[in-house]
Each structure stands twice: as structure tokens, then as C-alpha cells.
Design a protein around this ligand. Structure first.
Ligand code: HEC
Ligand code: HEC
Length: 309
């Protein structure tokens, strides 16, 4: 069955054509009946009609070029010093919290290396315009020209030479992940729930940032993963991640991946833990080569194809 929104709608060109068609018909009718206002005015009326007809014939052409002008393949603000200056400000206000003040990535990916992959300005523009579904990358509400200015600025940060290729072994990295990380992190629907899902981690974090998160998990604690220890009235200690809390109750995901709820009145204490429940993987626990392999594997995790233009 064809869903209703797929039912044949006239393509835009036809829709555009029809008013001018209607107008021509009206004009022809007017010519047959010389008593219309336009014709009584004589030559003037005819001139006016011709101009209108020309304007209407031009309309589709203008509309098509306007559509093209919306997404030029090259950034119209590239190299424009004033626009770049403004773009820098906009970037720092609206993008830096996720992509880093230097655009090299924090919660979002490194943007300075975008152009090395051979992607085009208009594709990047569309990504910013529409956002990426299923990720925190929002659709931008900035006017087109501001988006172009932001991208013109980011391009000035792009390195001239590609970064060195990573040399880790992704296959070994996958094994390390399953053994050391899978208990707490999901990838493609498998694994534990204590930490955030890692299915898309490869496209959302640069490797340097991932390395820091792994070596020193408590350096930055992901919002929504605050860690606590609950002390029950019988003295048991439950370490976990807070999932829900109000004045009277608290819910935590414990380190066994079990969700536990308590009335606060039944607890001796709720201890806020400064450290993440994720252990720090220092070189003694995770040698440099293993970290490299792990990063190589994480780099392959890009989830389902995002809604890109
Ligand atoms: C709330 C966080 C957040 C903000 C604000 C944000 N981004 Fe993003 N952005 C992300 C994340 C996360 C991704 C990666 C999404 C994915 O692929 O899973 C991303 C991806 C992108 C991509 C695609 C990168 C690629 O590898 O294809 C571009 C381009 C981009 N962002 C540009 C911008 C610009 C420009 C701004 C400011 C106007 C901005 N972003 C604001 C989080 C953010
Ligand atoms: C005991 C459970 C646990 C284990 C084991 C664990 N993690 Fe985590 N991880 C967490 C939790 C909880 C967080 C969120 C809190 C935080 O930011 O520290 C987290 C956060 C992270 C982050 C940063 C989150 C982000 O989105 O920026 C990364 C990257 C990460 N883990 C990767 C790994 C890798 C790789 C391993 C294996 C070497 C691993 N984790 C092992 C529980 C765990």
C-alpha cells in the first residue's frame, strides 16, 4: 500500500508552470474580449501584459537559480576576512561547547580534519543545517550566511597535511573491548548499561580525547553518569551511577548493571563520589599498544549512517 504522503503530488516545476499557464489563458481570453480594463487602456495595457508575461516566464528560471543559490557547492565566505572574524565568534558561542574552542573535538568530533576526507562544503553545510539524527549534533537555526561564515572560519583551522595514520590493530582492539569494557558499555546492542552506549563513539570523539577518557576516566564525567555510594541502614555499601533522584528517593544502576531504588529515609547515607565508576586504565593495566588497538577499534564504531545531506 502506498502511504498517503507518497501519493502523486505534482512536482514543483509543474506547480510553478501552472500559474503562468493560467495567466496565459486569462491573457488570451482578455485578447478576445477587448472590453477588459487592460485593453481599454490600449497600448499601455498590452505593454504591461507583455512585461507580466515575460516576468512569469522568467519565474521558474529565477526560482531554480534561487534553489541553487541556497546550497552553493563552494563556501561563498571562504577567505572573506570579515566573515571569518564573525564566524569565529559564532563558532565559539554555538559550537565550541561540543567541538572544542580549537574545533579539535570534545563531545563532538574534530572539525578541522573534515576537508581531508574529500567531503564538499555543501555536504558539511547540510550536516550543520539538519543536524545528525540519533546524536547530540543539533540542527542549526543560524541564518545560512552565518553557517557559511562559521565553516569559513573552521576551514582556516584545517591542517595542510593529513594527520599520521593510526597503526593499531582493530581486531585485537575489539577483543580487548569485549574483555575490559563490554561489561559496562553497549556496542550495537551488546554489553552492559552502566556506562554510555559506545556504538557511535568513533565518529563523535577524536582519538586523543578517547585516550584521555580511558586513561583518566574521572577527568571528565559524562553528564547523567554521576557516581555515588549508598549506605543502607544495615551498613551495606552500594556503588553506582545515579539514574533518578528526587527529595525522597534515589535510583542507581549498580556495578552489577542492576537498577536499584531506595527511599532516602531508609538509607544511612548518600555519598557523592568524585571519581567515575569507570576505573582509570593506566599503562600498567592497559599497555600503550593495547590502547592503540582499542582506539583503532573504537574509531570504526560509527553506528548507522547518519542523516547527511
Ligand atoms: C550539543 C553538542 C553539539 C553542538 C552544539 C554542535 N555539534 Fe556538531 N556534532 C556533535 C556531535 C556529537 C557530532 C557527531 C555526531 C555523530 O556522527 O554521531 C557532531 C557532528 C558534526 C559534524 C559532522 C562531522 C563529520 O565527521 O561528518 C559537523 C560538520 C558539525 N558537527 C558541525 C557543527 C557546527 C558548525 C556547530 C555549530 C554551529 C555544531 N556542530 C554544534 C555535537 C554538537
Ligand atoms: C565499571 C564499568 C566501566 C568499565 C569497565 C568501563 N567503563 Fe567506560 N564509562 C563507564 C561510565 C559509568 C562512564 C560515564 C562516566 C564517566 O564519564 O566517567 C564511562 C565513560 C567512558 C568514556 C567517556 C564517555 C564519553 O562519552 O565521553 C569512554 C570513552 C569510555 N568510558 C570507554 C571505555 C573503555 C574503552 C573501556 C575499556 C577499556 C571502559 N570504558 C570501561 C563505565 C565503565
Amino acid at each position: 500500500m502506498i502511504p498517503s504522503r507518497c501519493r502523486t503530488r505534482k512536482p514543483d516545476t509543474e506547480a510553478l508552470g501552472s500559474p503562468s499557464y493560467r495567466h496565459r489563458k486569462a491573457a488570451a481570453r482578455a485578447e478576445g474580449k477587448p472590453k477588459t480594463l487592460l485593453d481599454r487602456r490600449g497600448g499601455n495595457g498590452r505593454k504591461l501584459r507583455n512585461t507580466m508575461r515575460k516576468a512569469l516566464l522568467l519565474l521558474p528560471v529565477l526560482t531554480v537559480s534561487a534553489v541553487l543559490a541556497q546550497t552553493p557547492t563552494k563556501n561563498p565566505r571562504d577567505g572573506d576576512a570579515a566573515a571569518i572574524q564573525g564566524g569565529k565568534l559564532r563558532f565559539e558561542l554555538t559550537c565550541a561547547e561540543c567541538h572544542g574552542i580549537d574545533a579539535k573535538g570534545v563531545f563532538g568530533p574534530d572539525l578541522t580534519t573534515l576537508w581531508l576526507t574529500g567531503t564538499t562544503d555543501d555536504r558539511i553545510f547540510q550536516t550543520v543545517r539538519r543536524g545528525i539524527q540519533g546524536s547530540s549534533m543539533p540542527a542549526s537555526r543560524l541564518p545560512d550566511d552565518d553557517v557559511w561564515s562559521v565553516l569559513a572560519y573552521v576551514k582556516t583551522l584545517a591542517p595542510n597535511v593529513p594527520p599520521p595514520k593510526r597503526t593499531g590493530n582493530a581486531e585485537n582492539g575489539e577483543k580487548i573491548f569485549a574483555a575490559r569494557c563490554g561489561a559496562c558499555h553497549q556496542v550495537n546492542g551488546r554489553g552492559g548499561y552502566l556506562g554510555p552506549d559506545r556504538t557511535r563513539i568513533g565518529s563523535s570523539r577524536p582519538p586523543e580525547v578517547l585516550a584521555r577518557d580511558i586513561r583518566n576516566a574521572s577527568a571528565v564525567i559524562v553528564p547523567g553518569y554521576r557516581s555515588v555510594t549508598l549506605v543502607t541502614s544495615d551498613g551495606r555499601r552500594v556503588r553506582g551511577v545515579v539514574k533518578n533522584e528526587d527529595a525522597f528517593s534515589i535510583q542507581v544502576m549498580d556495578t552489577q548493571n542492576k537498577l536499584q531504588g531506595y527511599l532516602k529515609s531508609s538509607l544511612k547515607e548518600v555519598v557523592a563520589e568524585p571519581k567515575s565508576v569507570m576505573p582509570d586504565f593506566a599503562p600498567a593495566q592497559l599497555p600503550e599498544q593495547d590502547l592503540n588497538d582499542l582506539l583503532q577499534y573504537l574509531g570504526t564504531l560509527r553506528g548507522a549512517a547518519p542523516a547527511r545531506g
